[in-house]
Design a protein around this ligand. Structure first.
Ligand SMILES: Cc1cc2nc3c(=O)[nH]c(=O)nc-3n(C[C@H](O)[C@H](O)[C@H](O)COP(=O)(O)O)c2cc1C
Length: 206
């Protein structure tokens, strides 16, 4: 067979790569076992609107985090870097109903900016505070649609002009069941039509 001869491999969730994120949340009473700050790993997450910034995250009803997010209408999306990759996996295979995932992973829960109940992960390079607008029930997952109400980033990610440089964050992507460290920069938005000068400037920079 020739390289581009197609084979039907069946309908599945094959859209790849996707972000993998650690979503932190808590109940209204974080001093209880039931409501303590928790982390769930989510791969079914995405940006769905620009102004205002909005996201969607799909979470099964059976997850402990589903209860917490439904109770408060708040959650924080924490981006995953190389250092957080293993904790991220652990938060995706253990339930907060059984263990304290912050303690187990040696992570620090800090009150999230712009939210009343949810906690952010201090060790995450970027934390995105979200308020739920609506929930759509799909056959396997519930889709939480939320507005981004605040973002915090580690100071080392800002350049001297205050610009966020995510290329320095060592972020991780999820591809067909495996975690990958983002690698070589191939281009930038609009590079296919940019001048030689701009390409040289943008591709040369760290
Ligand atoms: C890489 C990865 C991606 C995951 N993506 C999702 C997801 O998008 N939605 C979901 O409901 N569960 C997802 N899970 C499973 C939950 O993270 C897992 O069931 C977790 O233990 C639930 O925690 P909780 O009971 O404390 O909420 C994923 C797990 C892993 C490892």
């Amino acid at each position: 067979m020739a390289k581009h001869d197609k084979i039907n491999v069946g309908a599945s969730t094959i859209l790849n790569p996707v972000p993998v994120v650690m979503i932190s949340c808590a109940g209204k009473d974080p001093s209880t076992t039931e409501g303590r700050p928790n982390i769930i790993t989510v791969a079914w997450a995405g940006t769905i609107n620009s102004e205002p910034p909005m996201v969607s995250v799909s979470i099964r009803k059976s997850r402990h985090s589903h209860k917490l997010i439904s109770e408060t209408g708040e959650f924080v999306i924490n981006l995953v870097n190389k250092q957080l990759c293993k904790p991220c996996d652990l938060c995706g295979v253990k339930s907060g109903a059984d263990i304290d995932k912050f303690a187990t992973c040696g992570l620090t829960a800090v009150k999230a900016d712009d939210l009343e109940y949810a906690y952010a992960i201090k060790e995450a390079p970027v934390s995105i505070s979200c308020k739920v607008e609506s929930v759509t029930e799909l056959p396997s997952h519930d889709v939480f649609t939320a507005t981004v109400v605040g973002v915090t980033a580690d100071s080392y990610l800002l350049d001297e002009n205050g610009r966020l440089c995510l290329d320095n964050a060592n972020l991780v992507a999820y591809n067909h069941g495996e975690y990958f460290l983002l690698g070589k920069k191939l281009g930038f938005f609009g590079y296919s039509v940019a001048s030689e000068e701009i390409i040289k400037k943008r591709m040369g920079e760290k």
